[in-house]
Design a protein around this ligand. Structure first.
Ligand code: AMP
Ligand code: MN
Length: 327
């Protein structure tokens, strides 16, 4: 590489803590995605290679599409944890409460994340918003630990990068991303095969659901905001489960006119809203104003008790960040 990635002081501290300890707990955010799963599995594999005891604990199971990930079955789904560990590593989690697992406090806590607005809740906080995926940071940590990059670990990191960059389309991609992918490819994994698992493995129900949702799509704010809405009745109608919704939120951005997408799902916990946007339109700001978070172009939040004007309020705030970016 022409430019060397700077070594963060936190990376060194984390490496030393992991090399010294014997047993670790790894966790990430609720409703796991490719980056949270890939980051946890790659780090767990590296630590096990070094003879450490590792448990991965998540509050929600992985979506079916990730079933092909090596060692996925080693992730335990539990609501709370009581055992003793030398440290807890929280990956890809902007706030400790987002893990959805109780009892994480009271042990040395390592926080590794790339989301803007991380709450810095750890004893060591390694926060790098320039990483395209948390797994990019994990890759550096695995290298610093001196672990050998196996094809399984390469697959974990690749899935995380592939999904968190929106299949190599987002602005968070850097030379470092491609350098890591080069090293991944050298392990002999099949990137096209991984992409096929992630993108060409859905159900026919999901395809039909995509059609129904796009057919009912509403366009607001001079057709610059696309609004998609779904509830359980619609899922039942086409024989889908909530996992099948993954990724549909991005589709309206394919239209040149559309600048932002508001995807609303009615759930038992309230109205879950996913936001997506193009270029400099900061939908994270909107999510934060509703108590959520995320990234500039991909963010989310939940409104526990939606009111009749909730939809209007959300649209008004999205419209205002579109206007801000026009100025
Ligand atoms: P999603 O729309 O669920 O795919 O989420 C898009 C991005 O926003 C991801 O980076 C999430 O981690 C983040 N995000 C979603 N919901 C929340 C929330 N309630 N609080 C903080 N970040 C969130
Ligand atoms: Mn991520």
């Amino acid at each position: 590489m022409s430019k060397k990635t700077p070594v963060h002081a936190e990376l060194t501290q984390i490496r030393d803590m992991l090399l010294k300890g014997r047993s670790f707990l790894l966790t990430s955010h609720a409703r796991p995605d490719g980056d949270s799963l890939g980051s946890q599995l790659a780090l767990a594999a590296a630590l096990r290679q070094l003879g450490k005891q590792v448990r991965i604990i998540n509050s929600d199971p992985a979506p079916d599409l990730y079933a092909f990930l090596p060692d996925l079955s080693t992730i335990e789904i539990v609501a709370s944890v009581e055992d003793r560990f030398d440290a807890v590593v929280v990956l890809e989690c902007s706030d400790l409460s987002r893990a959805g697992v109780a009892g994480l406090e009271g042990r040395p806590l390592i926080n590794i994340d790339h989301h803007p607005g991380n709450a810095m809740y750890g004893d060591i906080n390694w926060h790098d918003v320039s990483a395209c995926a948390c797994a990019e940071m994990v890759f550096e940590l695995v290298t610093a630990l001196g672990a050998h990059l196996t094809p399984a670990m390469a697959t974990h990191v690749y899935v995380a990068i592939l999904t968190d960059t929106g299949s190599f389309r987002h602005a968070n991609i850097t030379a470092r991303t491609f350098e890591i992918c080069r090293q991944i490819a050298e392990t002999g994994i099949d990137p096209a095969g991984v992409a096929a698992h992630v993108y060409n493995n859905g159900s026919l129900g999901r395809l039909r659901l995509t059609g129904v949702l796009l057919d009912r799509m509403q366009l607001e704010h001079q057709r610059r905001i696309a609004v998609l809405a779904v509830n359980d009745a619609m899922l039942t109608e086409v024989g889908c489960d909530p996992d099948d919704l993954e990724g549909i939120v991005n589709l309206p951005l394919a239209a040149q006119r559309v600048r932002a997408v508001v995807f609303m799902k009615e759930t038992d916990e309230g109205l879950r809203v996913s936001l997506r946007s193009k270029e400099g339109i900061d939908v994270r700001q909107v999510a934060v104003s509703f108590g959520g978070g995320g990234h500039l172009n991909a963010a989310g939040f939940t409104v526990e008790h939606p009111a009749p004007d909730t939809r209007g309020q959300i649209l008004a705030r999205v419209a205002s960040v579109i206007t801000d970016s026009d100025e």
